[in-house]
Design a protein around this ligand. Sequence first.
Ligand SMILES: Nc1ncnc2c1ncn2[C@@H]1O[C@H](COP(=O)(O)OP(=O)(O)O)[C@@H](O)[C@H]1O
Ligand SMILES: [Mg+2]
Length: 358
Amino acid sequence: MNKIKLCIIFGGASSEHEVSCMSASSVIKNLDNERYELFSLGILKDGRQFLYTGDVEKIADASFCHDTEHLVPAIISPCPAHHGIMVLNKAEGTYKIQGIDCFFPVVHGENCEDGNLQGLLKLSGVAYVGSDNRGSAVSMDKAITKTILQTVNVPMANWRLFREDYSEADILWCEENLGYPMFVKPAGTGSSVGVSKARDREALVEALSKALKYDGKVLVEEYIEGAEVETAVLDVFENGKRVTLASIPGEIVPNSDFYDYETKYVNDTTSYYLPARLDKDTLEKIRGLAVEIFRALDCRGLSRVDFFAGKKGVIFNEINTLPGFTKISMYPKLMAEYGVAYGKLIDLLVDYAMEEHK
Ligand SMILES: Nc1ncnc2c1ncn2[C@@H]1O[C@H](COP(=O)(O)OP(=O)(O)O)[C@@H](O)[C@H]1O
Ligand SMILES: [Mg+2]
């Protein structure tokens, strides 16, 4: 049997470049060498693309970008006749085509998870893991996500959209309808970048100006008290039909004011519970909602869907179409707990992408 030519895409012109490198090195180390012929396509922070032929450890710590000896200028070709990558020989002004069977973008954040890269992958005519450009773009924008999910009555925190030109009436609406504390977050960031908890008007105005620096669209939300729970969603083909699975939800306890950037990446205070400490009915309800949300947003392949569970019941928070993918990230841990080990998970994702592409 011919090996599957699998191209792992990593890095990216994104604030989550380093996280991507860690995720990608994990994927590469766990690939079945009998099944795959590996190609590694690194995207630098300035957006340049290279085929990387060096040591995987230099992907893990993101130092591959300095390993010029092993960086071959290349671009994902938008031409379906190429069906892969154009490998450039700049000195001679020539290129050669490297055919690819499946792309696996192991990247996060802007330019990578927001539909831009997915549009290019769609044009390439090659199968690729994860949501397409539409599902990715819709899921990256928290305001659009919520607007769509409101139409199918998904429970969520009451919220209001703010832009640069907001007025005092908007603030008054929030004070009357949401009350303090409020959560303020840019529509399009991840990793809690630009997210604040505002306890009074002064803090709210400050939080708005901070969030507006990251995105011209900002959400102000009612504070939801409850456990933070996450579910891993995975598409598989069973007897030729698409089946969307949801893992048992897991729980994150930040042990800080909220799950902010410092808690996620700097201080190591977070505790995890697999499964989440909730009753069986609530766990099942979350699983059902996760699949419904994933489908309503036209997502595909995989996603992590995040909720709060407390006195107000189960409340949707956000969806991540390309969640962290190191062996200790929540998505693979939830799938492992569900019975799909890391290596098998990679195979299922590739199988699904290739089957659906047929
Ligand atoms: N409405 C809310 N009520 C309570 N906590 C919230 C709310 N919104 C966000 N948070 C807290 O802020 C964190 C980051 O917000 P989130 O919407 O998940 O953004 P990101 O995409 O950056 O992860 C959450 O994990 C949670 O701890
Ligand atoms: Mg989050």
